[in-house]
Design a protein around this ligand. Structure first.
Ligand SMILES: *[C@@H]1O[C@H](CO)[C@@H](O)[C@H](O)[C@H]1NC(C)=O
Ligand SMILES: *[C@@H]1O[C@H](CO)[C@@H](O)[C@H](O)[C@H]1NC(C)=O
Ligand SMILES: *[C@@H]1O[C@H](CO)[C@@H](O)[C@H](O)[C@H]1NC(C)=O
Ligand SMILES: *[C@@H]1O[C@H](CO)[C@@H](O)[C@H](O)[C@H]1NC(C)=O
Ligand SMILES: *[C@@H]1O[C@H](CO)[C@@H](O)[C@H](O)[C@H]1NC(C)=O
Ligand SMILES: *[C@@H]1O[C@H](CO)[C@@H](O)[C@H](O)[C@H]1NC(C)=O
Ligand SMILES: *[C@@H]1O[C@H](CO)[C@@H](O)[C@H](O)[C@H]1NC(C)=O
Ligand SMILES: *[C@@H]1O[C@H](CO)[C@@H](O)[C@H](O)[C@H]1NC(C)=O
Ligand SMILES: *[C@@H]1O[C@H](CO)[C@@H](O)[C@H](O)[C@H]1NC(C)=O
Ligand SMILES: *[C@@H]1O[C@H](CO)[C@@H](O)[C@H](O)[C@H]1NC(C)=O
Ligand SMILES: *[C@@H]1O[C@H](CO)[C@@H](O)[C@H](O)[C@H]1NC(C)=O
Ligand SMILES: *[C@@H]1O[C@H](CO)[C@@H](O)[C@H](O)[C@H]1NC(C)=O
Length: 666
């Protein structure tokens, strides 16, 4: 009870403050909350109808969309501080009754969390108790979580340079290459589809196909049959799976047992509109093992930049499915890659509910402990981390720092801390921009490394240019700038499913539109995905790494043409070499120089000046999938140059505006 009293005082204070604010909310909660004890003589039903009525009056008021959104947050916060249990139900009812979303979406956004699906109502309430709706927290929330109800604010100046000592003179010069190298594997975005069903609809109207619940909204034309136009051999071929004939795998009519009620069938090894069937994941891991054997090389270790779980609509991705997907994929990695340690990060799909992750310090992180514990235990069990590193991961969102046998430090971060879809990311974001403590962790690791002349790789899932809160992206860039080029040898991301790179130009007092060599800071390696979603060929890559500096000397990229597996008697996909980063763009570059930011800047320039070079880049981005854009005779790829020369959300948006280009909508 004592806490309730304290919280109530806080609420009252908050309301008093609001009375003085420039924009006064259009509602009055006093008659609900100025009671000494709500529970004794105000029933839940009375509170509910009062708050609901207030919510509806906010909706019908004539204030701006932005103000309405913030008013709801203020109201929600007042209630969340005294009766958090009532918020999900009331907000779902309001959402249902005002038709702001479909009932299913209302349920997912505001409904109480359950193990069955990713309802985020509980996370919404938790966030409300720590955010300041009247500050930029509210603007950002209303921009990103409520369909741009508020305009995106200008990113405020936030400085975390108190976290580090002044940059020493040596820190401006990268160490020199040693002429000896070793190899490191990089895999990402596996996205296992646990519901993958051969022969189900692969041409569906929702985002994710190839499951029993995938449907095409348009019914099949009379007499339509996807086998029309296929040869007998091709039809027969559909009944093979991993080279074995499976009788009736495809159900064709009554006699032939082939299911012709789909526009296009989900094939054995996957399809471009679907996430990975497990057999595709194993085939990709097998191809890596085979590659090592045939070429007599061993990967020292692997990095995995996140996303194990599928993209299915969230009502099909429960807690169990999330856990199961994480276990299945990591177990497969361990059993195929054997003694190669895999240093991993979790992606936005690798949590439950989708995208959510709470700060340790605000009291809600226990809702997510199961995940960090599962990772810590699995990674220690597989001997990918030692006990101490695993303990750190257990209590820090599964992030960790590890030093490899050769002396490279790898820092793993969980980018959900800064993810725009994570409710908690808005909790006190402006007053406490490092509320998750991950920037402090990263800086401490970098300061220590700088002192010890040790080099560092940073791995995380989401690139800082998209889907990340602009303040976080800017702070991250300032850290990278402080510790480049001496300490930070390389940065790695996944998430986009495209094979990409990005350059970081100085943000420190320099005109960020001035893209010259002098202001170059570092570059990011964003790797290809194993999942074919959306419309890419599956792939993986490895790096040739300098043994002393840990700079990247080259990357070698592999892929499989998924469409060649459709009518191929179920034979294993064939994995082929696609390109090496050093040879792909005809850049004259000294053999002993790493492929650093200066190298990639030359690639960026050639993309801007030469359409064929731009086409090369786009072919690699999508691994020559049948859906690759034509960059030569159309301007469809012109956004790529902005993309590769931007590092933060703001830099990318500014470049798109300056160049008048638009990326394809996702
Ligand atoms: C809302 O509408 C009323 C009546 O039309 C008007 O008097 C009032 O000024 C409006 N308020 C705002 C904030 O526009
Ligand atoms: C909102 O609508 C959904 C779907 O009709 C329903 O299941 C749910 O109970 C409703 N929730 C509330 C609080 O009215
Ligand atoms: C919401 O939609 C339902 C069904 O389409 C309709 O009956 C109802 O009037 C709508 N409510 C509002 C507030 O628009
Ligand atoms: C928000 O962060 C500030 C600065 O760290 C802190 O003083 C304040 O207590 C935090 N707010 C809440 C609600 O925890
Ligand atoms: C690396 O090789 C180049 C050319 O073969 C040579 O000039 C350079 O001194 C070598 N560097 C080291 C550290 O051995
Ligand atoms: C579908 O087409 C194939 C030939 O391509 C034919 O053998 C089969 O009978 C057709 N099935 C149906 C249900 O129309
Ligand atoms: C996919 O479905 C649409 C109807 O929704 C249809 O127009 C199109 O031809 C189909 N494509 C294939 C390859 O089946
Ligand atoms: C295909 O089958 C063979 C033999 O049964 C097996 O060794 C292989 O692992 C299977 N491939 C995949 C990708 O499951
Ligand atoms: C494979 O590589 C190792 C070490 O790099 C070397 O000792 C061995 O001779 C090589 N074997 C073959 C068959 O090339
Ligand atoms: C989740 O899995 C556990 C253990 O396998 C099982 O007991 C439970 O019923 C499952 N829950 C759901 C919602 O599927
Ligand atoms: C930016 O420049 C100022 C002044 O030169 C320096 O004190 C500060 O440490 C720099 N910040 C970064 C991130 O390099
Ligand atoms: C697969 O797609 C590629 C790229 O569009 C195309 O060149 C190739 O012919 C296709 N292969 C088959 C078997 O359809």
């Amino acid at each position: 009870m004592a806490t309730t009293k304290r919280k109530m005082k806080f609420t009252l204070l908050l309301l008093l403050c609001l009375a003085n604010a420039a924009t006064i909310p259009t509602f009055d909660l006093q008659d609900i909350i100025d009671q000494d004890s709500i529970s004794s003589y105000v029933t839940d039903g009375q509170i509910t109808s009062k708050v609901l009525a207030t919510l509806i009056s906010i909706s019908t008021s004539n204030s701006t969309k932005c103000q309405k959104c913030k008013d709801r947050l203020v109201l929600g916060q007042s209630l969340a501080l005294v009766r958090p249990d009532l918020v999900p139900g009331i907000w779902t009812q309001w959402c249902n009754s005002t038709n702001v979303s479909t009932p299913a979406t209302c349920q997912q956004t505001y409904g109480r969390n359950t193990v069955k699906n990713s309802g985020t109502g509980t996370n919404f309430v938790n966030m409300l108790t720590v955010m300041d709706p009247q500050s930029l927290d509210g603007d950002y929330y209303c921009h990103y979580k409520e369909s741009s109800a508020c305009p995106l604010p200008d990113t405020p100046e936030v400085d975390i340079s108190y976290m580090w000592p002044q940059k020493p003179a040596k820190a401006y010069i990268p160490p020199e290459s040693s002429n000896s190298t070793f190899n490191v594997l990089h895999i990402s975005d596996i996205h296992v589809e646990m519901d993958y069903t051969i022969g189900s609809e692969a041409n569906c109207s929702t985002s994710m196909c190839c499951t029993p619940h995938s449907k095409n909204a348009k019914s099949l034309p009379n007499g339509y049959n996807f086998t029309k136009g296929l040869s007998d051999q091709q039809i027969l071929s559909l009944n093979f799976y991993n080279s074995s004939y499976i009788d009736g795998q495809f159900k064709l009519g009554k006699d032939q047992g082939l299911n012709s009620s789909v526009w296009e069938p989900a094939y054995g090894y996957g399809f471009y509109e679907c996430d990975s069937p497990e057999i595709l994941i194993n085939s990709s891991l097998d191809s890596i093992v085979k590659y090592q054997r045939q070429n007599n090389i061993t990967f020292d270790f692997a990095i995995f930049t996140g996303d194990l779980v599928d993209h299915d609509e969230i009502q099909y991705v429960g807690y169990n499915m999330t856990v199961e997907s994480e276990e299945v994929v990591f177990n497969n990695m361990k059993s195929k890659l054997q003694n190669i340690p895999v240093y991993s990060v979790l992606g936005n799909h690798d949590t439950f509910p989708y995208g959510e992750l709470a700060q340790e310090k605000y009291g809600f992180s226990n809702m997510f402990d199961w995940n960090a514990e599962l990772m810590a235990e699995m990674w220690a069990d597989f001997e990918w981390l030692d006990w101490n590193e695993a303990q750190y991961a257990k209590y820090h969102y599964s992030g960790f720092s590890v030093t490899t046998k050769r002396g490279l430090k790898i820092v793993s971060l969980n980018s959900n801390c800064w993810y725009v879809k994570n409710n908690y990311a808005y909790g006190n974001m402006t007053q406490d921009p490092d509320s998750f403590g991950q920037f402090e962790f990263l800086v401490n690791e970098l300061v220590e490394a700088e002192e010890n002349d040790q080099r560092v790789w940073i791995i995380s899932h989401i690139p800082m240019s998209a889907d990340i809160l602009p303040i976080s992206a800017k702070l991250f860039a300032s850290i990278i700038e402080r510790f480049s080029p001496y300490t930070i040898a390389a940065l790695f991301n996944g998430h986009t499913h495209r094979d990409e790179f990005e350059l970081l130009y100085s943000t420190n007092g320099t005109d960020s539109s001035l893209k010259t060599g002098e202001t170059l800071v570092n570059n990011v390696w964003i790797t290809r995905a194993v999942t074919p979603w959306v419309e890419n060929n599956p792939g993986w890559r490895y790096y040739e790494v300098d043994s002393k500096t840990f700079s990247i000397m080259n990357s070698f990229n592999y892929y499989t043409k998924l469409n060649e597996t459709f009518y191929n008697n179920g034979d294993e996909p064939v994995w082929n070499f696609e390109y090496s980063a050093r040879d792909a763009y005809n850049i004259d570059w000294p053999k002993t120089n790493p492929l650093n930011a200066s190298y990639w800047q030359l690639v960026a320039e050639s993309m801007k000046n030469d359409k064929q070079s731009l086409q090369n880049y786009e072919n690699h981005a999508k691994r020559f999938s049948p859906y690759t854009d034509d960059c030569v005779t159309t301007d469809n790829c012109d956004w790529d140059w902005c993309y590769v020369t931007s590092f933060t959300v703001d830099q990318l948006a500014n470049c798109y505006a300056a160049e008048k280009v638009t990326p394809p909508s996702s």
